[in-house]
Write a protein that binds this ligand. Structure first.
Ligand SMILES: Cc1ncc(C[n+]2csc(CCOP(=O)(O)OP(=O)(O)O)c2C)c(N)n1
Ligand SMILES: [Mg+2]
Length: 734
């Protein structure tokens, strides 16, 4: 156990006394030394092929121990990176915990054998699950700080509620908590680093950014990543920050810097930036050998600054410990590191049968959620947001009923926040006395800020990774961010956050962390003039991500009921809203009441038939209906149309039941044909329903190109009713 237990809530301050007590110096050295020996033990075991990867924290120990001693595990929040062994040790992660991860044991508390060593995670210490991606974590730290501030201002929002995700999301917060996040100097080149500084600065958030500058990003020296070589100089103009640049091989200087940083944050003055200069005596990782790219003199200079050697000399020089006492202390740590390794080597391994556990929530099954019952809606009820002035029985558009659902859910659940580009009515609130507000480029969030205030509904910077990364931070704290990416064609800057963080958070942490955020995204063409950058599709890229629910409604009622499930469930959801359907006459419906919810994974038969099964979704549903009506009228062919409504999960039972009846199948979608969503369905139908088929599975989809601007081209590129009709007739004739 590190020193966490003895100082869980009140760190001793060095700043108060001006220098370290002998006990603090000894404890710092003990932690630094133990951290190094755990690295050495892992390296030994890696050479024996008993562990499978090794990343050391060597050379960074002093800076990290200084940080940990200034902060409060289980009170403050931590988003560290893979080199933070000494930090985590000092916060209370045990050597055995570390070794359990190194061997990939079932009882590895951070990931159950799913992640590499030093990929941290501990709910009780508030260390949020970390990935290998450089710099994604800094945006999570920002969202986490925002959530902490929100709960402090609205403690009632922290109360547990039965019947939705809140039943499984405990909330803890303290008004003066600090969020710590760290990264290497090379990783400061990532846009996400700058995006995080932007929001932390703008909102005066209590985030400590720690840059551990060892001068290299694998083999790339600092000046390649950082113009001029000093990250401190580059960030110096961000408002509201406390800045410190320290010798990170000196634990006392480090502690003092972090104490001042924490005091600035706790006082509500804004974020802090601590730039620590450290060394990297063990190369980047065990797979790297820095003799290939660093000259001997430079490596030797690093060695001279090894924080362990310096601290040992200081203990001796200042008479804190005698040589024998140091040796005794070191032996005890050698023994602890070795014993941790021995214990881990005999720990049970994870079960192959458990591989898919925690891909999705084990607590709340979005395919059978307790709150979702499609039958129990109350049409005719008035209400549902800005457009709620309409009579309850009037048919409402999909745009209206999505807006209505957002109003209903925000009234019901104070943990919901909405942010994105242009989603607020007006960032300058005072303008709202004169203007009626924007509320999104499609007006789907119209009126939300006016009713719920700017703390719950606000504009983000023009930056999609910032939106999704912060949403992840919010969600890990138990909030429910319902964010908007303005157009599907601009989701790509957020792809890294979606693929490597949002979707995988629960699985990689073996169910100990989750980020059940909702991302609403307008998608699709058939609008004329949208072209490549406003009319694209690409849903199969997201259905390829385990852990993410992908929803794609085709009408107003489904959009309302599915969005409610998306918000109340405990998984991350990509909620795709077809722009052409927003205000279409097709698919309008009366407001179904404030509790109407549709489970995921239940398709709808929108037209029964006996001759051909047509599986589709989104804006192709009304086009398929047109084609099916013509097939019926002109050719006497009866097509059964299945609207999938959710793409991950999808309703295999509905597909199989229909195909067994008709023996002929078409899969139709707006996205490109090759590698598209239909390819997977066609493969599975051929595999599992081969005996039932009388003809090959047909696909109708867009051409393998992007959507063009000129309407003649767009019409030719996207699937039209006549393409679907042709496929129906071809298949019937087969
Ligand atoms: C987004 C991303 N790109 C590339 C990598 C591969 N990679 C891992 S560590 C690293 C260098 C990081 O350097 P720095 O930020 O200086 O941290 P250090 O390893 O020196 O502590 C790279 C390129 C990664 N993990 N994530
Ligand atoms: Mg580096």
């Amino acid at each position: 156990m590190g020193l966490a237990a003895s100082r869980a809530h009140e760190p001793e301050t060095a700043a108060a006394s001006g220098s370290l007590s002998p006990q603090q110096m000894i404890e710092m050295y003990r932690l630094m030394y133990l951290s190094r020996r755990i690295d050495d033990r892992e390296i030994l075991l890696k050479r024996q092929q008993k562990v499978f990867f090794q990343i050391s924290g060597a050379g960074h120990e002093a800076l990290q121990v200084g940080a940990a001693m200034a902060l409060r595990p289980g009170y403050d929040w931590f988003f560290p990176y893979y080199r933070d062994r000494a930090l985590c040790l000092a916060l209370g992660v045990t050597p055995e915990d570390m070794m359990l991860q190194a061997v990939g044991a079932a009882s590895d508390p951070a990931s159950g054998g799913r992640q590499m060593p030093t990929h941290w995670g501990s709910p009780s210490l508030h260390i949020v699950s970390t990935s290998s991606s450089t710099a994604t974590q800094v945006l999570h730290a920002v969202g986490c700080a925002e959530a902490g501030r929100y709960f402090s201002n609205h403690p009632e929002a922290a109360e547990k509620a039965e019947g939705d995700y809140r039943a499984f999301r405990d909330v803890e917060f303290h008004g003066d908590e600090v969020v710590f996040t760290s990264l290497g100097e090379g990783s400061t080149s990532q846009g996400e680093f700058w995006e995080a500084l932007n929001t932390a600065s703008n909102q005066k958030l209590p985030v400590i950014f720690c840059v551990e500058d060892n001068g290299y990003a694998i083999s790339v020296p600092v000046e390649v990543n950082t113009p001029g070589g000093s990250i401190s100089k580059l960030v110096a103009n961000f408002p509201n920050f406390f800045f410190a640049e320290v010798d990170g091989t000196d634990p006392e200087a480090s502690l003092l810097a972090f104490e001042a940083a924490a005091a600035h944050c706790r006082a509500g003055l804004g974020p802090a930036f601590v730039h620590g200069h450290v060394v990297r005596p063990y190369s980047h990782a065990l797979s790297d050998d820095d003799r290939h790219y660093r000259v001997a003199a430079e490596r030797e200079a690093d060695h001279q600054r090894d924080p362990l050697i310096l601290m040992r000399a200081r203990l001796l020089g200042e008479g804190v410990l005698a040589e024998e006492q140091i040796v005794e202390l070191e032996h005890a740590q050698d023994h602890e590191a070795a014993e941790a390794g021995e214990l881990a080597l005999v720990a049970p391994l994870p079960l192959v049968a458990d591989i898919t556990k925690h891909v999705y929530s084990e607590d709340l099954d979005a395919t059978h959620p307790p709150f979702a019952n499609e039958q129990e809606h109350a049409p005719g009820e008035a209400g549902g947001g800005k457009a709620g002035s309409a009579k309850g029985s009037d048919p409402r558009t999909m745009a209206d009923l999505i807006n209505a659902c957002l109003f209903d859910e925000m009234r019901r659940d104070p943990r919901i926040v909405v942010f994105g580009e242009d989603v607020a009515d007006a960032s300058r609130e005072e303008a709202l006395s004169e203007v009626d507000g924007k509320g999104g480029v499609f007006k789907i969030t119209y009126g939300l800020q006016t009713e719920f205030g700017s703390e719950r509904v606000f504009n983000s910077p023009l930056c999609e990774a910032n939106i999704v990364g912060r949403a992840i931070g919010y969600a890990t704290r138990g909030m429910k961010p319902v964010v908007e990416v303005q157009f599907f064609d601009y989701i790509w800057p957020a792809m890294h956050q979606i693929r490597n963080e949002l979707a995988v958070m629960r699985w990689r942490s073996n169910g100990t962390w989750a980020a059940p955020a909702v991302i609403r995204v307008p998608i699709g063409g058939y609008l004329k003039g949208g072209a490549i950058y406003h009319s694209g599709s690409g849903e199969s890229i997201f259905t390829h991500l385990p852990g993410l629910r992908v929803v794609f409604p085709s009408n107003a009622l489904d959009a309302n009921g599915l969005l409610r499930t998306a918000i109340r469930c405990d998984d991350p959801v990509l909620f795709l809203e077809h722009k052409r359907l927003y205000r279409e006459t097709y698919g309008r419906a009366p407001y179904p009441g404030h509790d109407f919810a549709i489970p995921f994974g239940r398709a709808k038969i929108v037209r029964p038939g006996t001759d051909i099964t047509l599986i589709t979704y989104g804006a192709v549903v009304p086009r398929a209906l047109q084609a099916a009506e013509r097939a019926h009228r002109e050719h006497g062919v009866e097509v059964e149309i299945i609207d999938l409504r959710t793409l991950a999960p999808y309703d295999w039972e509905a597909i199989a039941t229909s195909v067994r009846k008709t023996s002929r199948v078409i899969v139709a979608h707006e996205d490109m044909i090759s590698w598209g969503y239909g390819a997977e369905l066609a493969a599975r139908i051929s595999d599992e329903l081969f005996e039932d088929l009388d003809a090959p599975v047909k696909r109708v989809a867009s051409m393998d190109t992007f959507v063009a601007y000129q309407p003649i081209l767009e019409d030719a590129i996207l699937p039209q009713p006549e393409h679907i009709l042709k496929a129906i007739l071809d298949l019937k004739a087969y």
